[in-house]
Design a protein around this ligand. Structure first.
Ligand code: AMP
Ligand code: GLY
Length: 421
């Protein structure tokens, strides 16, 4: 079977790495891909959001399965378009992807179906939002653009003044364009965070292992939020009763709720959770695998991923065995361009990649890289990650950092404290 992976980040590199190992795959293609993926798959210069272009490419390649990685094409209806063209596609429909694409919808879904989350309020009018703040006691609040903002639309505010600035950024200065025309304000929750991702065809759910990402740009969780500076799996505190609570109070009810609202969800459903003293609470849903969470998760997954993806796309997930996992730990450390998550340059040559010896225990997954003549150069804010497997978190972390020490590019930044708590 020919497989086409859509996207070009670290998540798609890890997906291609895993999919390429499957005996079911004849040819592996990726659009648009990146310099790392080029070593595993044939690349095609079609953007992930170009729905008509991807459908045409999938047809031309006679793809037996198209795996859509990022949220933007999912929210734009790529899976619907592929399905309508008779092409088997993995990922949620546009209606189901709204669980990520519209944070106001996701919050209201939780409220309607009693899925535990923070108190929240939605606004699309600047004056109404500001007067809400004027009449509210000073307290931490989270302000979110309701639409897709590439992981940058969430501001955790210490007090009402900070919240006013965040509200104005969306509703007055239109910093996130259409995505910020509606905002969600939320009670600020506290506690450790965990990401739980399940594979579901809307009837059966197959939970992946718990994992955790590091969202702030600097060590000690300082600085602004990013798309993710590193991740690890498993999360030792998340097992037993807590895991059962997460499944029974959040994951299963959410899949049911989507069915009941006529938006059956098929694909990877990602729940970002806060483990509060009162139990797990939903921070956000994503309609896809997390990046960088995918990297350590797939490194630990021992089973073939392709039968699971196929069964999900065909609505036959109940017939699959749950995947087997390496009992050890995997740690992923992300290197970013100077300035990220703000403005950053591109086209910076990357050195030392060839000196990292890849194995089942160690991989370099590219996020924002391109091949230029004889060099690999940066092309994004998050550039690449080293991801290592070890018998425990310490061994995995040491391996990932030893590999990162061999790589360099001007302005390179990475956190030194991933998985060290
Ligand atoms: P999101 O993209 O919605 O997950 O938000 C990004 C990050 O903001 C999360 O990983 C949390 O660290 C933080 N966050 C989001 N919502 C809340 C909340 N209600 N309370 C506290 N922190 C939050
Ligand atoms: N790492 C968080 C995300 O993929 O949204």
């Amino acid at each position: 079977m020919n497989v086409l992976v859509v996207g070009g980040g670290g998540r798609e590199h890890a997906l291609c790495w895993k999919i390429a190992q499957s005996p079911l795959v004849k040819q592996l293609h990726c659009a648009p891909g990146n310099a790392g993926i080029a070593e595993l798959a044939q690349l095609w210069p079609v953007q992930a959001e170009d729905v008509a272009g991807i459908v045409a490419l999938a047809r031309k390649l006679e793809a037996g399965l198209v795996v859509v990685g990022p949220e933007a094409p999912l929210c734009a209806g790529l899976v619907d378009a592929l399905t309508a063209a008779g092409i088997k596609a993995f990922g949620p429909s546009q209606k189901a992807a709204a669980i990520e694409g519209d944070k106001a919808f996701a919050r209201e879904l939780c409220r309607r179906h009693r899925i535990p989350g923070p108190q929240f309020w939605t606004f699309d009018d600047l004056r109404v939002a500001l007067s809400f703040l004027d009449n509210r006691e000073d307290a931490p609040l989270v302000v979110k653009a309701a639409g897709l903002a590439a992981g940058k639309g969430v501001v955790v505010c210490g007090d009402n003044d900070e919240a006013r600035v965040a509200v104005r950024a969306c509703l007055e200065h239109h910093r996130f364009g259409e995505a910020g025309r509606r905002i969600v304000m939320e009670e600020c929750l506290e506690g450790p965070e965990v990401s739980m991702i399940v594979l579901t065809d809307s009837r059966t759910i197959v939970p992946l292992e718990p994992c955790q990402d590091h969202k702030r740009v600097f060590d000690g969780d300082q600085g602004p939020n990013t798309g993710g500076m590193g991740a690890y799996s498993p999360v030792p505190s998340v097992r037993g009763r807590i895991l059962a609570q997460i499944e029974n109070q959040i994951l299963l009810p959410t899949v049911h709720a989507m069915n009941r609202e006529g938006r059956p969800f098929s694909g990877f459903l990602y729940a970002g959770l806060m483990l509060t003293p009162l139990g797990p609470r939903v921070l956000e849903f994503n309609c896809r695998l997390g990046d960088p969470e995918t990297q350590p998760l797939l490194m630990r997954m021992k089973s073939d991923l392709v039968p699971l993806l196929l069964a999900t796309a065909e609505g036959k997930l109940e017939s699959c065995e749950a995947p087997a996992w390496d009992p050890g730990s995997a740690v992923c450390v992300m290197a970013t361009s100077a300035g990220y998550p703000g403005e950053y340059g591109k086209g910076v040559p990357i050195r030392g990649l060839e000196s990292v010896e890849r194995s089942a225990q160690l991989q370099v997954f590219h996020s924002g890289t391109v091949r230029r003549a004889t060099e690999t150069v940066t092309s994004g804010g998050r550039v690449l990650a080293t991801c290592a497997l070890g018998k425990d978190a310490r061994e995995a972390r040491e391996r990932a950092y030893a590999a990162m020490a061999k790589i360099e590019f001007a302005g390179m930044h990475y956190r030194k404290d991933i998985a060290s708590r």
